[in-house]
Ligand binder design. Structure first.
Ligand code: F6R
Length: 613
């Protein structure tokens, strides 16, 4: 979703802004803009051609002032106001001497705007964000500096936001502030930087600092100072980073999605590395819960959005089956507004690749408020979620740039299963032999997925034959239901095909009315204890003329005999199968999307990081 970058003290600030915006592109955007402070004036360029706005900004670089001292840039994902140029950031005040870039939502913008309008301000966009530029104009007029003006404004704002501002009266200052939405600060060789995402700064500096909620930073070429809402100075808090920018490049693949599908064996191995041993023992030291803490937990609630939520479905089954732990799963955006009954013995696990998804973050915060213990399971070190939770478990998938979750989903599943095994061993609910078997199974996931990836061409061949599909129904049971949901989501978001997933047992309770000879049914039919039941469901849809794609175990002749297309996977223990079974469905969606000429890395209307509700 939206991205912010700011730079001061660089000899070519525009180049720094454009390079950083390119690194933020993966978050998704529908318009972009930059502003430079130069000799008492602001130079601004904005564009709203989805996916190409950065090209427009680059093309305009020749017109940009060569002597600019500072600048800010932004990629926008429209919420308030359409994706048109006048709504793109940075936004100006009435005088055109103050510019702001904003991520998040200013909830009370209308109320603030009504006041500003009464004072004579006029707006030039439909955004909630612009209000901050006019508030700064009002404060600067009192003689306050930019950072102090921003501090005063932040006190009046409601909502989640990250803000960066520049003005002509302090040409080498960037003022920045945040609440919930992330914003980090950077410094290198007399250059000061501000960004909403670590990825934007990794190419420039590794000297990074966090900004906490309701802190305001004044970033100058040679110094960064931070104050709280109370105006008192705060210490700069260093930020630890683990990713390498090289890992975020395409490495010769056609697109990031393909690269990330291929990276799954490595991502799974890295995620489990050092945390599990073939003898069934587990080490989750970073969890920061003592054995006694874990013993006290009597219920686990897993929350997440989209693919992360589907990973939780597999996690729940493992928690119940191995650890005999009562477990529930809930969509974070529902959970946060529910009157959830939680106690000190409830553990709420919030699962999020980015660690920034606003609903998941607030679900976790709400859980804390209600007295539950909290655990973040995320891919991003020091992310908002990681900092908010009592404990944290990191997946080690590496940067995921393609908007559709692939390796992060697979590693979330494996990490949740490892956590379930960890709890089971601590609670003594598994026999030694059983836990050894599970740990060996988990450790073999990387190899199994590598084998599946070796068959991508076969899955892509099925995708080619289904390139014109219109309605696809995914059916699965038990862990296969989570796989079905994730497979359907991949097809929807990448290929823009209507795809619905049902627990196969629900078929007769309604969905079967939709099945006729135009329907394509993808059945998750790899061997497991409910395989025969899935076969019965396949028979039901075949009898109504549907085309059946069976995701099945290699060499399973019984399934092959009834299916029109096969997506075969190797033999894998049933509970561990989701991280393997999802790969052919990723390939199916990828293949259909490519056949249709869709952009698989940046599907329409979607953002990688969903920082607004
Ligand atoms: C789908 C997808 C999304 C995310 C969801 C949560 O392919 O990527 O459904 O899984 O937006 O994102 P995170 O995990 O960052 O909280």
């Amino acid at each position: 979703m939206c991205g912010i970058i700011g730079v001061t003290g660089a000899s070519e600030p525009l180049a720094v802004l454009l390079d950083a915006l390119a690194l933020l592109e993966y978050r998704g955007y529908d318009s972009a803009g930059v502003v430079l402070v130069d000799d008492g004036a602001l130079w601004r360029k904005r564009d709203a051609v989805r996916g190409h706005s950065l090209d427009t900004l680059r093309a305009a670089a020749a017109e940009a002032p060569a002597t600019a001292t500072a600048g800010i840039g932004h990629t926008r994902w429209a919420t308030h106001g359409a994706a048109v140029e006048h709504n793109a950031h940075p936004h100006f005040d009435c005088t055109g001497t103050v510019a702001i870039a904003h991520n998040g939502i200013i909830e009370n913008y209308q109320e603030l705007w009504d006041k500003l309008q009464a004072e004579g301000h006029t707006r030039s966009s439909e955004t909630d964000s612009e209000v901050v530029a006019h508030m700064l104009e009002r404060e600067l007029a009192t003689g306050a500096g930019l950072a102090e003006s921003l501090r005063r404004c932040v006190g009046e704002l409601r909502g989640d936001f990250a803000l960066a501002a520049v003005c002509t009266s302090e040409p080498d200052v960037i003022a920045a502030a945040r609440r919930t939405s992330p914003l980090i600060l950077g410094r290198v060789d007399g250059i000061g930087l501000v960004a909403s995402d670590i990825a934007a700064l990794l190419g420039t500096t590794r000297t990074l600092f966090q900004l906490a909620d309701d802190e305001i930073a004044e970033v100058r070429p040679g110094s960064i100072s931070v104050v709280g809402l109370d105006g008192l100075a705060r210490e700069l808090e260093p930020l630890e980073v683990g990713w390498d920018i090289v890992a975020a490049r395409r490495d010769g693949y056609d697109d990031f999605m393909s690269k990330e599908i291929h990276e799954q064996p490595r991502a799974l191995r890295d995620t489990l590395m050092g945390r599990i041993h073939a003898d069934g023992t587990t080490e989750l030291e970073e969890l920061s819960f003592s054995a006694a803490d874990l013993e006290e937990i009597d219920r686990v609630v897993l929350v997440g959005c989209g693919s992360a939520y589907y990973a939780c479905l597999s996690g729940r089954i493992a928690l119940e089956h191995w650890a005999k732990m009562p477990a529930e799963v809930e969509i974070a955006s529902e959970f946060r507004y529910r009157d959830a009954v939680l106690g000190e013995h409830t553990l709420v696990v919030a699962v999020s690749q980015s660690g920034e998804t606003v609903d998941t973050f607030h679900a976790l915060r709400e859980a804390r408020r209600r007295g539950a213990r909290t655990l973040a399971l995320t891919n991003v070190v020091d992310s908002l979620l990681a900092r908010e939770a009592d404990g944290v478990l990191y997946t080690r998938a590496g940067p995921e740039i393609g908007v559709a979750s692939t390796k992060s989903h697979a590693t979330q599943i494996a990490m949740l299963q490892l956590f379930a095994l960890h709890l089971a061993t601590k609670r003594g609910t598994l026999k030694g032999e059983e836990s050894r078997e599970i740990s060996t199974g988990l450790l073999s996931l990387g190899g199994l997925v590598a084998g599946v990836i070796g068959q991508l061409d076969r899955y892509l061949a099925v995708a080619r034959r289904l390139a014109d599909v219109q309605d696809v129904y995914f059916l699965g049971r038990s862990v296969g239901y989570g796989v079905a949901l994730e497979g359907a989501l991949k097809l929807k978001e990448l290929a823009y095909v209507r795809a619905e997933a049902y627990p196969a047992g629900e078929l007769k309770h309604g969905p079967i009315a939709l099945i006729d000879e135009r329907a394509v049914v993808v059945a998750i039919a790899n061997r497991g204890h409910l395989w025969e039941k899935v076969m019965a469901n396949i028979a039901e849809v075949k009898a109504r003329g549907a085309t059946v794609v069976a995701l099945c175990t290699e060499g399973d002749e019984a399934t092959a005999a009834v299916a029109d297309h096969l997506l075969e996977i190797p033999v894998v223990a049933e509970l561990l199968s989701p991280a393997v079974a999802i790969v052919p469905l990723q390939a199916l969606a990828y293949g259909v999307a490519r056949e249709r000429g869709n952009d698989v890395d940046r599907p329409r209307n979607l953002a990688k990081v969903v920082t607004v509700e």
